[in-house]
Design a protein around this ligand. Sequence first.
Ligand code: UDP
Length: 457
Amino acid sequence: MSTAQTHVLAYPFPSSGHVIPLIDLAKALVSRGVLVTVLVTPSNQPLVPTNHSPLLRTLLLPNPNLNRLVEIVAFMRENHYPTLINWARNHPSPPSAIISDFFLGWTLHLARDLNVPRLVFSPSGAFALSVSYSLWRNLPENDNPEDPDSVVSFPNIPNSPVYPWWQIPHQFRLAERGGPEWAFSQENMLLNIDSWGVVFNSFLDLEQDYFDHIKKELGHQRVWALGPLLPLTEPENRGGSSTVSCHDLIEWLDSRENSSVVYVCFGSRTFLTSSQMEDLTRALELSGVHFVLSVRVPDERHAAQDHGRIPSGFGDRVRGRGFVIEGWAPQLVILSHRAVGSFLTHCGWNSVLEGLVSGVVMLTWPMGADQYTNAKLVVDQLGVAVRAAEGTEKVPEARELAKRIEGSVGRRKERVRAEELRDTALRAIKENGTSQKELDALVKQLHDLKHQQPNTI
Ligand code: UDP
């Protein structure tokens, strides 16, 4: 290996929705000749292919094995920081930049210690990050805590979004404002804002106004839109191996009509509550549609949570028109099948992008985090989705939910928009597309940085 090699540390937050796109980014950098070391833990190490390229490497670090965000990040800072400093200082081709998840604000200190720039990796879109930055910088108050419908507005963000207070991420709504957990989240976000640059899994044509806004807010132009980050090969193994046989699933889908199937999935982390599960399964029964339903199976770490299970007898009652997956679904394979017409989603950002590149109509059921913002984007601004439900607060009764599910496969206006946007998304990642040009520009800047004076970063 040459010592002139540009070497990037890619440091994901250890949760599927964060690891999956950062690995795709790592592969994209490798395809441009950058050496990338992905910092992995035993639980996500299997997601990095071992035979991809000699330029794609891993460094194994201890598993947090904890549940709460704050505890996981604190563990990583305490346990990974010293190892990383040592490793980087003794490496024959020391890292020239760190690209780390937006939950890992503390890596700005690590980057400063190593005298390299830190780039924030945002697994959320530019609209959602605009809202987060504004929240933690401007600290809006809930003027009327007694009123369940009290709202927060963001007049400085394009399209002036307004949210009911309960839709604001819970870390911000913590009763104890200024308490240790709240302060931790604020410090994290401010360290992101102070970092050298930001890399998004999104594309310019999707969120142009919000990219312009972020650049203005940050006061610099070091913002890159590189998405949708997708695997170039083997979509069936993305994020994990499927619990069901892909062959059986494809055979099942092959025998359905074009755009007739509803795919239902709430991402890698969300467990429906018992009452949400009851409403959903009852609505699927009533709807009469053909569907693929994917649900998480809780392990012992989630034993204390309320999580709904598929009701007994459900499989028999929907036999012939429902395909149920309890575990990990090959989501990209399902979404890209011609039989799938709509996607009932919790609006995690990866799911939104995967829905977009597949040209399906989305039915939104956001649950928390950035998902309310993502739902607003796809329903109100992009016109490719319709609302199904919101959290536990706004779930229509089963007959109404069934009507929305059934109606989603026949939505003409949204389908036309979804197909247009699919083409735009695919253009962005083809040769000479905007995301490819942004990737080239980022790589060039990373190469140039290697030759800069240390104190200019
Ligand atoms: N995913 C999958 N199979 C599943 C559940 C999730 O492949 O059964 C993938 C999905 O395609 C997406 C990621 O896991 O890439 C979930 O990320 P997202 O941002 O949508 O939601 P999160 O899990 O972070 O809430």
